[in-house]
Design a protein around this ligand. Structure first.
Ligand code: NAG
Ligand code: NAG
Ligand code: NAG
Ligand code: NAG
Ligand code: NAG
Ligand code: NAG
Ligand code: NAG
Ligand code: NAG
Length: 617
């Protein structure tokens, strides 16, 4: 078009005065160019729900600009004026919505206060955009603002806000921009695969039939390192919300395959959504028979030690949970020589009555394991100070070791005592023979890093072969209060990452003091770290000293997960070993007995256990 013609059309548009296009409202940036304006729109209704309807305007060539838009209204009268397939004209105000209570969510552009609704024609059909064919989401990064070595997991985080920067969309590069460029549009998700259990609102994270990264054997997307070592955020996943027609999403498990979904792209609760027009059906489910570990305690090989690690999720002394955990330890983990357990509650469970002792809880667990096995575990732990270690109020959760006395015994010596909750165990002894001043003992328990959190439980053992091994059982501070992966704050807020980093530092100092005295010491540090190894800054003090056992065992990166949350299969539970163990090689398996269950109710814990086999000689 030449200059004369285009200026002619521009002035024609201005003189008409009424023609705002959907694409004028959406624009190529995160925020609308027309916010707070009153506009007249003509478009086709693609979908209708209880709180509004969706418009399809003429598309433009620019892929950044969505031609979909939501009209917000809860008025039954207004909703009854439009039907899917109607071409309508209406007047409304361009608004940006974010719930006041959720300042870390993105603003959603919408049309509010619709009036002058005129149906111009009916029964128009709009073909949904087929994702994976017409457009495919990028697979690595959420946002251009996730700067730093660890990408979306970089520290410091919460450094900028998408809505303040008002980023220009780059839908080929950044997942959040991709979904933003389709906001309000009708799309098809072909062959959706569930990558998490449904949440309590029956919403389901999926990826469709398009290129994905991090895909594991179960069909989930694992948090891995992407190209250039930047943690992969798996932005190619999207969450299916409540169907617009009031039907209910089906029960799914990790790896369930669903029928194709047609729905509209939206943003709510801190994530990009597709709201299905109607509920999909489950086409297939994976097998729920989970094989137990192949790693077994060796009665004859006295150098080999099997090590289990399991966050048993608030285990109280009574109820069925204790038998379920015992069953897992017995029949799924095959009674490892030593178990690192987290979340053992005191003898009164969650009742907040000042009880701190957990000997009944642990005795009951040990007795339950003995019902079906010949393994008579001993246990050791340290009672916390009442109410000082976080977790479920009244529960006084703590870490404990179960150990098979025929394979391991706590090193004892004259004058060596079990530490109290506030006694800091120290590395004492002499070159080549470090010992702990309290055995077991807690590491630096009065350090502010451990405020309202579980103190690390260190112990020194003698094996049946006469060798020593140091263990540290961890349960680091949880991620509560963090912002959503697709929220406004970039990189997403990771709480309390500074505290978690300090916690690892106190453990690293302790490990370094053992290795300083004996570089060949056998050390295993394991437990629920409430953090991914991809958040490298948190583990920076420990990684030069110890090696992740998954590396030693050669577990493929996509199979390294113990937890499923939002769009990711991810690893919160880790086992790190010292150089002397690394050189002797090790095996390890994450047993997905919980996260490959049919439902969340069928799980015994939200974490999967891990079993490793290491050699101390
Ligand atoms: C929208 O259309 C109405 C008539 O339907 C007209 O009165 C009004 O001026 C138009 N508003 C804008 C912003 O063009
Ligand atoms: C966002 O950017 C668009 C395009 O440059 C602009 O029209 C709009 O006014 C901006 N909005 C805000 C709130 O900065
Ligand atoms: C839109 O209106 C709201 C409420 O009146 C105001 O707070 C906001 O600054 C306005 N936004 C723009 C971009 O003018
Ligand atoms: C739209 O289609 C329905 C059936 O599909 C029909 O009953 C109705 O009359 C049609 N409306 C118009 C305006 O063509
Ligand atoms: C993130 O930063 C903003 C300032 O940009 C601040 O208001 C907010 O409280 C921070 N969020 C968290 C969870 O720290
Ligand atoms: C013991 O075995 C029975 C029968 O297989 C099983 O139902 C139960 O869960 C097992 N209990 C424990 C604690 O292992
Ligand atoms: C728990 O410890 C208390 C106090 O030491 C003791 O009286 C009780 O017998 C112990 N219970 C079990 C089951 O070991
Ligand atoms: C262990 O801690 C207790 C109470 O905090 C204290 O009374 C005791 O002296 C400590 N023991 C040693 C050996 O430091």
């Amino acid at each position: 078009m030449n200059w004369l013609l285009s200026s002619f059309f521009a002035s024609a548009l201005i003189s008409l005065g009424t023609a705002t296009l959907v694409t004028d409202v959406t624009g190529a940036s995160q925020r609308s160019p027309l916010v707070n304006s009153t506009v007249n729109l003509t478009a086709i209704v693609t979908a209708k729900g209880k709180s509004g309807f969706y418009l399809h305007g003429d598309p433009v060539k620019d892929k950044r600009v969505s031609n979909g838009l939501v009209v917000f209204t809860t008025s039954a009268t207004i909703l009854s004026q439009v039907a899917v397939g109607d071409q309508v004209s209406l007047t409304g105000k361009v608004a940006e919505f974010r719930p006041a209570a959720d300042p870390d969510y993105l603003l959603l552009t919408e049309i509010t206060s619709p009036t002058n609704i005129v149906v111009l024609s009916s029964n128009n059909t709009i073909k949904p955009l087929v994702l994976g064919r017409d457009r495919s989401p990028p697979t690595q990064q959420f946002s251009a603002l996730d700067v730093g070595r660890d990408g979306w997991l970089s520290v410091p985080n919460n450094q900028s806000r998408i809505d303040v920067v008002n980023t220009t969309l780059q839908p080929d590069k950044f997942g959040m921009d991709f979904w933003a460029s389709l906001m309000g549009q009708l799309v098809t998700i072909p062959k959706p695969v569930a990558i998490d259990f449904p949440n309590s609102f029956k919403e389901i994270w999926v990826h469709g039939d398009w290129p994905v990264t991090g895909k594991n054997a179960r069909g989930g997307l694992t948090l891995t390192f992407g190209p250039y070592g930047i943690p992969d955020a798996n932005p190619e996943a999207v969450i299916l919300g409540a169907p617009l027609d009031g039907t209910s999403n089906p029960k799914v498990a990790l790896g369930s395959v669903l029928s194709d979904v047609v729905g509209v792209v939206s943003y709510q609760f801190g994530f990009y959504y597709v709201l299905p027009l109607t509920a999909p059906a489950v086409i297939s489910n994976p097998s729920f028979d989970i094989a137990p570990t192949t790693l077994r305690s060796s009665p004859h090989d006295r150098c080999a030690i099997t090590v289990g690690d399991y966050n048993v999720e608030n285990m109280a002394p009574t109820g069925t949970h204790i038998g379920d955990v015992a069953n897992h330890i017995s029949n799924v983990l095959h009674t490892p020589d030593i178990m690192f357990i987290q979340e053992i509650q005191d003898n009164s469970g969650p009742t907040d009555d000042g009880t701190v002792s957990a000997n009944v809880t642990l005795s009951n667990l040990v007795a339950a394991i003995l019902t079906n096995t010949t393994v008579a575990y001993s246990f050791v732990q340290i009672d916390p100070v009442d109410g000082e270690d976080g977790g479920q109020p009244g529960g006084n959760i703590r870490q404990a070791y179960l150990y098979r006395p025929e394979k391991l015994s706590l090193v004892s010596a004259p004058g060596l005592v079990v530490g109290g909750p506030l006694n800091a165990t120290k590395v004492v002894g002499s070159a080549r023979t470090p010992v702990l001043s309290f055995n077991p003992g807690r590491i630096d328990p009065t350090n502010p890093a451990w405020t309202d959190s579980r103190k690390p439980l260190a112990a020194m053992w003698r094996t049946a072969s006469g060798h020593t091994i140091f263990t540290i059982n961890l349960h680091l501070v949880s991620k509560g209060g963090s912002s959503t992966g697709e929220g406004d704050a970039r990189p997403p807020v990771n709480l309390p990452v500074a505290q978690r980093t300090s916690q690892v530092e106190t453990v690293s100092t302790f490990v370094a003091s053992i290795l300083h005295m004996d570089p060949e010491a056998n050390i295993v540090v394991a437990g629920d770290c409430n953090e991914y190894l991809q958040t490298r800054s948190v583990f920076a003090s420990l990684t030069p000293l110890l090696t992740d056992i998954d590396e030693v065992a050669g577990i493929p990166p996509v199979e390294r997960y113990t937890y499923v949350f939002d769009n990711n299969c991810e690893q919160l539970d880790h086992m790190f070993v010292s150089p002397s163990i690394v050189v002797r090689c090790a095996e390890a398996e994450h047993i997905h007995i919980n996260n490959h269950a049919a439902t969340t109710a069928a799980r015994v814990s939200d974490h999967d256990p891990t079993v490793a086999k290491i050699r101390v000689c």
